[in-house]
Design a protein around this ligand. Structure first.
Ligand code: ZN
Length: 377
């Protein structure tokens, strides 16, 4: 049988507007309204309580509406399922209490044939490489602790400073002077003892530094921003080499950006460089001008802004890994404006299979932009 213990998703209220109309859901955009002259759908919706099996729902409907066939009733449930309102109860499945809300959240995106528990299972089996434990990474790791991946390998070389405490809320006053990796490991162990935590004290300077860290890893998060631009290029080359997806994040003044590279599927960071080289006549001038001044701004990492960015990075990672809903940043920059709360997605850049020196067959010396990525001594 198509359904076992179907129910109206308990995340939605089911209520009558009057005798002939009812609604499932109560918020704009996630509410479905039914015109229900005969009251059949209302009856069906109320029978779909997850306690009754599908057969019992059929029996209940037939008691009240003997003219309905099994097929009619199944079609009625199909219709509700098409509207995204039905899920299987899975009475024998369970998840640790700490993950119940995640499973409920994922249910919004599931249909009766999907298994919301599987999404959380995928997360619980995930091995993540997190590069950087600064403003981005320290808050990312807190969110990850709540989501419960199998393993997090964290990489940083810095010590906690008092100037970090305004936004890197993983760290305490007493941690000042300690290695970020050690403090983060202790904190994550306390938050979620089920997660295996590995720490690596290291400054990433070249592609091999990253490649060496990827063994057993499913996905990478790049939350390091120094040296500016260059580090993303290094991490990009490494993840393309080993074929791992990577979510990159960066904050600039009052905006944050997230982009994701899936090697051989999306354009990579160097494809983005090619895309700008091909389409923006001032790209190289701007890049060179910017590099020439060796711009070294003071940190303006403002906690509430950073939190918006890190939340997007982690959600993006979960989307890429589980597919619970479409990722927003594949081969494009998803930009969050902290100022007005708006976010938007830039135009996707293509993968330049013939031209890209990193993920394609291109020649690095053919493209002027790459010579400016050498670090200034
Ligand atoms: Zn590329």
């Amino acid at each position: 049988m198509k359904y076992k213990h179907p129910r109206i998703k308990p995340i939605y209220p089911v209520y009558q507007l009057n005798k002939k109309q009812f609604r499932v859901g109560a918020q704009l955009g996630i509410t479905t309204e039914f015109d229900d002259e005969e009251g059949q759908f209302w009856t069906l919706a109320n029978l779909l309580d997850g306690v009754r099996s599908f057969s019992e729902v059929v029996v209940g409907m037939k008691l009240k509406y003997p003219e309905l066939t099994f097929k009619d009733i199944e079609k009625g449930i199909d219709f509700l399922n098409e509207e995204g309102l039905i899920e299987e109860t899975f009475p024998r499945k369970s998840v640790e209490d700490r993950y119940i809300a995640n499973v409920n959240y994922f249910s919004r995106y599931c249909k009766a044939e999907d298994d919301r528990f599987e999404i959380q299972d995928k997360i619980n089996n995930l091995n993540i490489l997190l590069l950087g434990l600064g403003g981005g990474g320290s808050n990312i790791v807190t969110l990850l602790a709540g989501l419960g991946p199998k393993m997090i390998r964290m990489v940083d070389y810095d010590r906690v400073e008092s100037s970090n405490l305004g936004r890197q809320l993983l760290y305490r006053e007493a941690d000042v002077g300690e290695k970020k990796t050690a403090v983060a490991k202790r904190a994550i162990n306390e938050m979620n003892s089920g997660i295996k935590v590995e720490i690596v004290d290291k400054k990433i300077v070249d592609v091999n530094d990253v490649v060496e860290l990827t063994e057993g890893i499913d996905i990478v998060i790049c939350a390091i921003d120094e040296p500016p631009f260059i580090i993303h290029r290094i991490v990009n080359e490494a993840i393309v080499k080993v074929g791992l997806p990577c979510v990159f994040g960066a904050s600039q003044v009052s905006r944050g950006r997230v982009y994701t590279v899936i090697p051989q599927k999306t354009g990579c960071f160097d494809c983005m460089n090619l895309n700008f080289s091909k389409n923006d006549p001032k790209f190289i001038e701007q890049f060179v001008g910017f590099r020439n001044i060796q711009f070294n701004p003071p940190s303006i990492a403002y906690g509430p802004g950073i939190f918006q960015l890190t939340a997007s990075i982690v959600d993006e990672l979960i989307r890429v890994v589980t597919g619970y809903t479409e990722p927003k940043s594949l081969g494009t920059q998803y930009e969050i404006n902290y100022e007005d709360g708006n976010s938007f997605t830039h135009k996707t850049w293509p993968r330049f299979e013939d031209d890209c020196p990193t993920c394609g067959k291109g020649d690095v010396s053919q493209w002027e932009i790459f010579q400016y990525y050498q670090e200034k001594k």
